[in-house]
Design a protein around this ligand. Structure first.
Ligand code: KIV
Ligand code: ZN
Length: 507
């Protein structure tokens, strides 16, 4: 039987460390359910000791998501392990992911510890964690820059302490594929007791080599790969689940292992994550970018018409990227609506479906054809996010030379407030009006608008990046009116600012 690679998805932990991304619990639950449906064996749901909000989100995922292992990150600190235990107590299967930095540079400048002290700390923490989780994964942070014999030594300590998964992170994305593959082989050949454990890898993309390094590790014996949807993650991001899986699937002749994920869900899950995080997928991104199956040149189009294999090594269908169909219209009933939500991977409570159905009917009055993408946008707009700020009223007018006036009324933590502004066009005037209400130093850094589906009645999706006190926040909004989408996106980013500040106050 062919060996399989285990997929450990860290979209909700390392992915959430993407600058500007901050997800709320209902959004995390939707992503976790989609990941479980896609077949990932382990979901790293968060870092429970990071904040009460993180603990609450991990606990909710542990309670609600079935059919996969739920994992919580922990430093090698007793109080972190206690928080992880509390968060994971209702998981069907729980995993503690405990880490300590092992490279000399991290030991000296970050932990201010000797190599021996780090080993003692790992021993103590693993003894404390034993029996509290179904399984334990140990990570040597910055493993790729760690002295290889010391790395083997600390891995032996971890195995003796009860860890059954040993993770080798290329924390700073410094490795090249051959070099990283050789390290994995060395670990496999030299660590005592390694045959009882699974070797895992966790690669960052600072040199654009995260996928290549992960694949080289698999070729040399790693059997768990840590990755994220769309390659999200700290700095340049992590290895991308969709790219690793398709490389293993398309080139099984090279890697010789099974990647047991439902690849047909990749496009849907990629869109879900992109919409909820506000991080736009570049059109030329492999597998899930909007151009991944587009053919521009005449010569290519001619070849494709004669035989798609001339220019496509995999089909769009294999990753769920076939063209969307008209799914519903204003005469569709509640049953058809609910069926479509389920097909899109949303399992929701009856009262939530009722609310969405009302929103769907309102949309169908304005928009003749409702596509899958419209439905996804509708669900995401109606998740139960905590809102510090909400729009009560918005009005704008503009003249033909672009001069515009807008006024807004907002519900804010300081009560109901309103203001007005003028600007270059209605979007500019509306955003300025919101800025005048919110008492924070807000700077719009990036603004994008795109039509979610085709036709002049299409929903417009605005995404923004707003800078506040040196940090970036993403926002997203939809409407058939692009000025309203823009204001919604801006307010969505403002809500992330309030949420982040509230969580930081609780820390
Ligand atoms: O990049 C890294 O080293 C990590 C560890 C916590 C595994 O994210
Ligand atoms: Zn990482």
């Amino acid at each position: 039987m062919t060996e399989q690679v285990y997929f450990f998805d860290t979209t909700l932990r390392d992915g959430e460390q993407t600058p500007g991304v901050s997800l709320q619990t209902p959004e995390k639950i939707q992503i976790a359910k989609a990941l479980a449906q896609m077949g990932v064996q382990v979901i790293e749901a968060g870092f429970p000791a990071a904040s009460p909000g993180d603990l609450e989100a991990v606990a909710a995922i542990a309670r609600e998501v079935r059919g996969t292992t739920i994992c919580g990150l922990s430093r090698s600190v007793i109080s972190d392990i206690e928080k992880a235990e509390e968060a994971l107590k209702e998981a069907e299967r729980s995993r503690l992911h405990i880490f300590i930095a092992t490279s000399d540079i991290h030991l000296k400048y970050k932990l201010k510890m000797t190599r021996e002290e780090a080993i003692e700390q790992v021993k103590e923490c693993l003894a404390f964690a034993k029996g509290k989780f179904d399984e334990i994964e140990f990570s040597a942070e910055d493993a790729s820059r760690t002295d290889l014999d010391y790395l083997c030594q600390i891995f032996e300590v971890a195995i003796e302490g009860g860890a059954s998964i040993l993770n080798v992170p290329d924390t700073v994305g410094y490795m090249t594929p051959e070099e990283f593959g050789n390290k994995i082989k060395y670990i496999k050949d030299h660590v005592k007791g390694i045959d009882k454990a699974i070797i895992s890898v966790h690669c960052h993309d600072d040199l654009g080599l995260a996928n290549a390094n992960s694949l080289a590790a698999i070729k040399n014996g790693a059997r768990q790969v840590e990755c994220t949807v769309n390659g999200l993650g700290e700095r340049a991001g992590n290895a991308a689940v969709e790219e690793i899986t398709m490389a293993l699937t398309m080139r099984k002749d090279i890697y010789g292992v099974d990647a047991p994920l439902d690849t047909k869900q990749f496009t849907r899950v990629s869109k879900l994550v992109s919409k909820l995080t506000g991080v736009v997928v570049p059109p030329n991104k492999a597998i899930v970018g909007s151009n991944a199956f587009a053919h521009e040149s005449g010569i290519h189009q001619h070849g494709m018409l004669n035989n798609p294999e001339t220019y496509e090594i995999m089909t769009p269908e294999s990753v769920g990227a076939e063209k969307t169909n008209i799914v519903l219209g204003k005469h569709s009933g509640r049953h058809a609506f609910e069926d479509h939500l389920e097909r899109l991977g949303f399992t929701l409570e009856a009262d939530k479906i009722n609310t969405l159905f009302k929103a769907f009917k309102q949309l169908a009055d304005r928009k003749k054809h409702i596509y899958d993408d419209d439905l996804m946008a509708l669900v995401m707009d109606n998740l139960d996010r905590k809102q510090a700020v909400s729009l009560i009223h918005h009005h704008y007018k503009s003249d033909e030379i672009g001069f515009a006036y807008a006024d807004v009324r907002l519900e804010t933590p300081d009560g109901i407030l309103e203001d007005a502004a003028v600007g270059d066009g209605p979007v500019d005037a509306s955003i300025k009006a919101v800025q005048r209400v919110i008492d924070k130093p807000l700077h719009l850094q990036e603004y994008r608008m795109r039509a979610i589906t085709e036709g002049k009645d299409a929903l417009g999706e605005a995404t923004v990046k707003v800078e506040c006190n040196g940090r970036l926040y993403h926002g997203r909004g939809i409407s058939t009116d692009i000025v309203t989408s823009s204001v919604n996106a801006y307010i969505n980013a403002v809500n992330s600012i309030y949420l982040t500040e509230a969580l930081e106050l609780k820390k």
